[in-house]
Design a protein around this ligand. Sequence first.
Ligand code: BDR
Ligand code: CA
Length: 309
Amino acid sequence: RIPLLIDTDPGVDDALALLMAFRSPNHRLLGLCVTAGNVGLTHTVANALKLCEVAGIEVPVYPGCDRPLVFPAEDASYVHGRDGFGDVGYQPARRAAEAEHAALAIVREADAHAGNLLLVTLGPLTNLALALRLDPELPRKVGRLVVMGGAVTGKGNTSIAAEFNVAFDPEAAAVVFDGFPDIEVVDWEAVLGHGFRHADVNRWLAADTPEARFYDAISRKTRAWSEGKRGEYWHSADALAMLAALHPEHVLEKERHFLHVETQGVHTRGATVVDWQDRTGRPAQADILLRADQAAFEARIRQALGLPD
Ligand code: BDR
Ligand code: CA
């Protein structure tokens, strides 16, 4: 089984992605590295532990960075709730997090599984940037790196030009995109092309499984928010990234180009500028997902929620 390490900021859509990973028979989940992002670190760590408990999964949870590398950032509690899990007031998990920092855990696991590790990031890239500074050999050791982040045609979900995970910590994203020669990118634009009807999602979440019940509860507010803002279709950014990570065979179209992260600008801080025409001559490091198999995506989400095929 492929060793899998996930860096995440749960977060409602992180939770769905994690449930997908928990159910994958072909992967061995080594642990969850956690960062601040959607909400503060205390909440994202508590949410990760709780989700494991709900799903009956016992993997180590490593707390990481509680803020971006350089500048203060704004969270996304207006989408995910003040606690990041829809403010349903769940009973905290019984288990505690590890003492080891997430960045150190990334370095250690990449060493232990050199060449084979599948590393997936579902949140800001702060922990990974730090890990890269701790171990400059990291890119050689990580087998595949899949990043949910960016807005490759410049249509951001957080600012005019920037997607949340990059906008939260542009310096960290710049470190990662400058340092890794091969990154599979699932950006916000791709996410918008892979929505599901709210009516279908509501039907899946009515299932009587622990995962569906919990996910129904924690996602209720954000689903209502997204219906009000984006209409008929519901999107899960992190779940799409997880599909691409766990099932590369379901990625139907992608393009590889050089990608630069802007750290300055009146409107462009956190923008991901893609050299679509290969004008810069810079090595193309970003493998950008354009289209995935929507039926397979639906099947994997249903499986993650414990629904029958
Ligand atoms: C990303 O931002 C977060 O709010 C989501 O969890 C996802 O990782 C989408 O832009
Ligand atoms: Ca996330």
